[in-house]
Design a protein around this ligand. Structure first.
Ligand code: FAD
Length: 307
């Protein structure tokens, strides 16, 4: 890791991740007159949202990219420094932290990990999945957009237990919900009973998924062909926790980073917010985490009196 003179003076807070969580924390911290660097490598899940309709304050919806642009504008207008880079290394340096990309490094008094999660998707090219997501043929979050799938013919792809759990959730939105397992296998008796009670059909395991004629097309391993208005993916979304693991932080049962009520991890001065700490992957949750962590950091750092 190259050294630069930025290591000479520490900033108050480095935020790794410039999605809704990291950018909101940056705005809060700047408005507390704290120096902030946000380092982001441009893979926010929010950039996949065609239009979110449950983000507070946008009664007619907003695209994920427009929301990110507005959050970046808000943070930079208050003086946050946004850097496009991948953080590769974090090391403790006395009471501070040194955060490094391939060619730069920053020294900081506090650290926020807002690195999000990585969706596991069915076998599709990047172009196919981006296109299908933009058209609402492929969906990743029933809490986000189950409403938009109301009364649609819905398929749910995932390991059988997960596919059934998501299918049950989606039954509140449609009478026509089918679980599409990714592999042969059995689900728990409880999941089977519940899904039967809710009249959820289960197909043989998935062979291929494709999109044409404004529909999702599923070919199952028994040769059956099925057409859906939209398909949800329930294949998991592990947290991007490799930096936290470098610091020796352990993860919870679902792979999430564990924090206290102030969003602080087991390491004093290191906070984690947004999707990486919760399975309620929502923009409004990310905003809330950001407000809590930023305020806790401001209170934790020494007061620097206005001259
Ligand atoms: C298709 C889709 C639709 C959705 N719809 C909705 C909706 O309608 N309503 C809703 O509330 N939520 C919705 N969500 C969820 C929402 O996008 C997430 O909850 C939100 O983006 C979480 O914000 P975050 O900042 O925690 O993570 P992210 O937005 O994922 O941001 C994490 C950032 O960290 C960066 N990063 C990670 N590791 C590093 C590193 N080592 N170095 C530098 N940068 C790094 C990534 O590049 C990324 O930019 C949807 C998600 C998807 C995929």
């Amino acid at each position: 890791m190259a050294r630069t003179d930025e290591t000479e003076s520490a900033v108050d807070c480095v935020i790794v991740g410039g999605g809704p969580a990291g950018l909101t924390a940056a705005t809060y911290l700047r408005r507390f007159h704290r120096s902030v660097v946000v380092i982001d490598d441009g893979r926010s899940r929010a950039s996949w949202i065609p239009t979110t309709h449950n983000c507070p304050g946008f009664p007619r919806g907003v695209s994920g990219n427009e929301l990110l642009e507005r959050l970046r504008l808000q943070a930079t207008e208050y003086g946050a420094c946004l850097v496009r880079a991948t953080v590769e290394l974090i090391q403790q340096a006395g009471k501070d932290w040194v955060v490094g990309s391939a060619d730069r490094q920053w020294r900081t008094h506090a650290l926020i990990l807002a690195t999000g999660v990585e969706d596991i998707l069915p076998s599709l090219s990047a172009d196919e999945s981006t296109d299908a997501l933009s058209k609402g043929l492929l969906r990743l979050c029933a809490i986000c957009d189950g409403y938009e799938a109301t009364d649609c013919r819905i398929g749910v792809i995932g390991p059988l237990e997960d596919a059934l759990a998501h299918a049950c959730f989606l039954r509140a939105f449609s009478a026509d919900v089918t679980a599409i397992p990714t592999a042969a296998g059995e689900a728990s008796a409880e999941a089977m009973q519940r899904s039967q009670h809710l009249q959820i059909a289960t197909l043989p395991p998935l062979r291929t998924l494709s999109f044409a004629d404004a529909h999702a097309h599923v070919l199952d391993q028994a040769g059956g062909r099925h057409r859906f208005d939209t398909v949800y993916v329930a294949m998991g979304a592990p947290g991007r926790v490799s930096l936290a693991q470098q610091l020796g932080l352990s993860t919870g049962t679902k792979g999430e980073l564990v924090t206290d009520d102030a969003m602080q991890t087991a390491l004093p001065g290191v906070y984690a917010i947004g999707d990486v700490v919760t399975d309620l992957n929502q923009i409004s949750v990310a905003f809330g985490h950001a407000a809590i962590a930023a305020t806790a950091i401001h209170r934790r750092l020494p007061v620097s009196p206005r001259p």
